[in-house]
Design a protein around this ligand. Structure first.
Ligand code: GDP
Length: 300
């Protein structure tokens, strides 16, 4: 975790440092406030949260009068943390029903890191002593099932798969059935995400969800978003939220961007918490999202 934190802070603290430097200027004139706004917008914080934050900062800086660097840091830390909604419950739930395995559906556009995230999550659960079954319901991308199975072998989870181009809902069903029969603790279902046919996606994910829910309650629907795609990620999030009830967000590739503000924007957009973050391609590069640690990494 310490290593991941270091990586996060390396990629992210451009934003926080920039803000602190700007706030430390002797005269906070309109140009400076505009620069602060630009810094936030460039980091993908989003228009509304940026406006709110700047308004709060203006007010608090005015009350403060003379500002010491420590006071500014504390102030900025508090306000950023507030925007990250610290009260959200960010645990990934897998035990809503004790009679059946916990079921987690992983959704998102292809290429965002869905399969990788499913594999990494399996690793975390297996390390936690859980018996995990993987369902390779992404039958659209040719290599997805192989990729998931490789992850399964690596981390010690069984993969249920079907023929290429097969029916995702029936594979999800098989995975859940197998999970129940084996007395597994958790079934993770990797799905396909082709966004260009929204009705197709809606039909497919809806069907997977319905079929699964006939047999066991769904604990989580995790939406995987690529942090490097910025505002585009928000558009994707909106579409998926219309199709299925998202219960949590996984923000991947946060190691490859300084635009950490997307965490704020996407939580705001969907009203659900970022639960996990991807900080690299390796098996251990999935971390719980911790708002306090994140803000500390931002400010440096
Ligand atoms: P899917 O199509 O959504 O299942 O995407 P994949 O899981 O195949 O991931 C697409 C690419 O992104 C792969 O090369 C992954 O190794 C890479 N990837 C996934 N998560 C992360 C992450 O958190 N950080 C980085 N740097 N790369 C990632």
């Amino acid at each position: 975790l310490v290593r991941l934190r270091a990586r996060l802070s390396r990629s992210q603290n451009a934003l926080g440092k920039g803000l602190l430097t700007l706030l430390s200027r002797e005269h906070l004139d309109e140009d400076t406030w505009e620069e602060i706004e630009d810094t936030l917008l460039t980091a993908d914080v989003g228009v509304q949260p940026t406006q709110e934050l700047v308004e709060r900062l203006r007010e608090r800086v005015k009350v403060l009068g003379t500002r010491t660097p420590d006071e500014l840091r504390t102030l900025l830390r508090e306000e950023l943390l507030q925007l990250l909604v610290p009260e959200f419950d960010r645990t990934v739930k897998t035990d809503s029903n004790l009679d059946t395995p916990g079921i987690v559906m992983v959704v998102g556009v292809n290429g965002t890191g869905k399969t990788t995230t499913t594999g990494k999550l399996a690793r975390v659960l297996v390390a936690d002593g859980k018996n995990v079954v993987l369902g390779a319901a992404d039958t659209f991308r040719a290599a997805a099932a192989d990729q998931l199975q490789t992850w399964g072998e690596r981390v010690g989870a069984r993969t249920v798969r079907g023929p290429e181009g097969g029916d995702p809902a029936s594979i999800a069903f098989d995975a859940v059935k197998e999970g129940i029969e084996e007395g597994a603790d958790v079934v993770l279902i990797d799905t396909a995400g082709r966004l260009h046919t929204k009705t197709g996606l809606m039909d497919e994910l809806g069907k997977v969800k319905r079929v699964v829910e006939k047999h066991a309650p769904l604990d989580e629907v995790l939406l995987v978003l690529d942090a490097t795609t910025g505002q585009n990620g928000l558009v994707q999030a909106r579409v998926f939220a219309e199709v299925v009830d998202i219960t949590g967000i996984v923000l991947t590739k946060l190691d490859g961007t300084a635009k950490g503000g997307i965490v704020i924007a996407v939580q705001r957009e969907l009203g659900v918490p970022v639960k996990l973050v991807g900080l690299g391609e390796g098996a251990d590069d999935l971390a719980p999202f911790e708002p306090e640690a994140f803000v500390d990494a931002l400010i440096g």
